[in-house]
Design a protein around this ligand. Structure first.
Ligand code: S3P
Length: 191
């Protein structure tokens, strides 16, 4: 696979549409967003990072002190603001798909699902020191199972599904670039 220079024709064809990376915690949204943004000469942003900066609280603390519904409200507000901008690669939080109002914003851009098998997610999550409020406690596997059951249908609403095993973030970014033209074609056919 070759690399794409920042003035690759794809950039022009995207017409400034934001690319939203969605997927379960541990699927590598942020680490994939970085090389993808570089390849397309897009700006990378991370919704969770913006939430933490603007509230001056960690995600962990927001969940503990204000509850999940407050977190979801802030997440929606931040996504809404992000949606006013263009040419962004956006790493979302894994639960962004659970609020139906978020989909109106996501679908203004192109939504890309980083899809991993449960056993691979488990491996990654076990090796990851990030504190995730929804995966606290001992029963990581069953919590993950439950979330996947609740969310897989929602993730599958994405425009592009990228199946990942153990590819590096850069390889995943290149796969996305290879598959994007098919999406752009179908979007073009619809308009
Ligand atoms: C969440 C995922 C987290 C973060 C929060 C809730 C979720 O982001 O937004 O802990 O509901 O799946 P990552 O997917 O980046 O870990």
């Amino acid at each position: 696979m070759g690399t794409f220079s920042s003035n690759h024709p794809l950039k022009e064809r995207l017409g400034g549409r934001n690319l939203y990376l969605i997927g379960m915690m541990g699927s590598g949204k942020s680490s994939t967003a970085v090389p993808l943004a570089k390849m397309l000469d897009y700006k990378f942003i991370d919704i969770d990072e913006i939430i933490e900066k603007s509230t001056k609280k960690s995600i962990q603390r927001i969940f503990a002190e204000d509850g999940e519904s407050s977190f979801r409200a802030i997440e929606h507000q931040v996504l809404n603001e992000v949606g006013q901008h263009h040419s962004l690669i956006v790493a979302t939080g894994g639960g962004v798909v659970t609020n139906s109002e978020n989909w109106g914003i996501l679908h203004q851009g192109i939504v890309i699902w980083l899809k991993l098998h449960k056993s691979d997610l488990l491996k990654r999550l076990k090796a990851d020191s990030n504190e995730r409020p929804l995966l606290q406690g001992k029963e990581l596997a069953s919590r993950l199972d439950k979330l996947l059951e609740e969310r897989n249908q929602q993730y599958s609403e994405a425009d592009l599904h990228i199946s990942i095993k153990n590819e590096s973030p850069k390889e995943v970014a290149l796969t996305i670039l290879t598959k994007l033209p098919s999406i752009l074609k179908s979007l073009h056919d619809l308009s």
